[in-house]
Design a protein around this ligand. Structure first.
Ligand SMILES: *Cc1c(COP(=O)(O)O)cnc(C)c1O
Length: 219
């Protein structure tokens, strides 16, 4: 078996063991974050049948995934990076999920562009859960208003997403996200990366986004 497939299966297995210990029986899906990696490096996972992949740049994703998505319509492509409004038109054509909606302006643009092609992207609202100055994400005190705005636009909002502050234990942030998500009545929750997917899964994340843990270090 290919090493990259082994890495994925190991992660899946570790999550199961960890959640079983905590009597949680909802296992998150694993988004294989393939940003910066060439398609040859990703192919073993596609051939294995993995379906969820994450990218953070629209242009790179278009080049890597347009053909493959045509051949393999079951693949779900997740936009996990910051999205400029002038790229939305292309993003909605390619992606199935956008995890990084954090403003009314972006929400509105997605609504307009997806209506033109009669598509319904699944949307995560990114929360700046650590109240960090330069970090993307909507502030907690503006979240309810953004949710209402997205619902009024008839966007298919499925849940919240966060990237917690670096180099501190993320558990408190994940617990807070779990509560916010529950209070808003969402079914999906996007949190957890290579360094913290077990803690995220324990806090009921439904999508963990794992890059280096599967594909190795990015250069
Ligand atoms: C790159 C990236 C990831 C994956 O990071 P790893 O630490 O390599 O697992 C997850 N989420 C977002 C938003 C990213 O940009």
């Amino acid at each position: 078996m290919h090493n990259i497939v082994k890495n994925l299966l190991n992660i899946e297995n570790n999550i199961k063991l960890h959640l079983d210990e905590h009597n949680i029986n909802n296992y998150p899906k694993i988004i294989a974050v393939s940003k910066t990696f060439k398609i040859e490096k990703i192919l073993p996972l596609i051939d294995y049948g993995h379906l969820d992949f994450g990218e953070n740049k629209v242009q790179e994703a278009l080049e890597k995934w347009s053909e493959i998505k045509k051949k393999n319509s079951k693949i779900n492509l997740h936009m996990i990076g910051k999205l400029q409004t002038n790229k939305v038109k292309f993003a909605v054509q390619l992606f199935d999920y956008i995890h990084s909606v954090d403003s009314k302006k972006l929400a509105k643009k997605i609504a307009v562009e997806q209506d033109k092609i009669n598509k319904k992207i699944k949307i995560f609202l990114q929360v700046n859960i650590g109240d960090e100055d330069q970090k993307s994400g909507v502030n907690k005190n503006e979240l309810t208003e953004l949710v209402s705005y997205c619902k009024a636009l008839d966007l298919d909002c499925v849940g919240l997403m966060c990237i917690p502050p670096l180099s501190i234990n993320p558990e408190g942030y994940f617990e807070e996200m779990k509560k916010l998500n529950k209070n808003l009545g969402f079914n999906e929750l996007s949190m957890g990366m290579s360094s913290d997917f077990l803690i995220a899964a324990k806090n009921l994340s439904t999508y963990v986004r794992v890059g280096s843990g599967i594909f190795g270090q990015r250069s």
